[in-house]
Design a protein around this ligand. Sequence first.
Ligand SMILES: [Zn+2]
Length: 82
Amino acid sequence: MRCSTGKRCFAEEALALEALIQNHIINDYPPNEGPVNVYECHQCGYWHFTSKGLKNAIFKDADTLKRIQQERRANYWERKLK
Ligand SMILES: [Zn+2]
């Protein structure tokens, strides 16, 4: 599925949010950079990342933040050991 925005498409909000979390695990963005939220696209009807606007509530969720930190550390060691 392609959208004229050229962005990656997600079928559901939950999938987009999960991918957003994974994106932040893989990319250690400086504060206020990188995608911050997801939105339903009016052109394709799918969900995309956006780096504009307010941060999604998941970034204020202590459990999610902990998970990002932990998985980021795990990824780091995985890469180092390969
Ligand atoms: Zn779209």
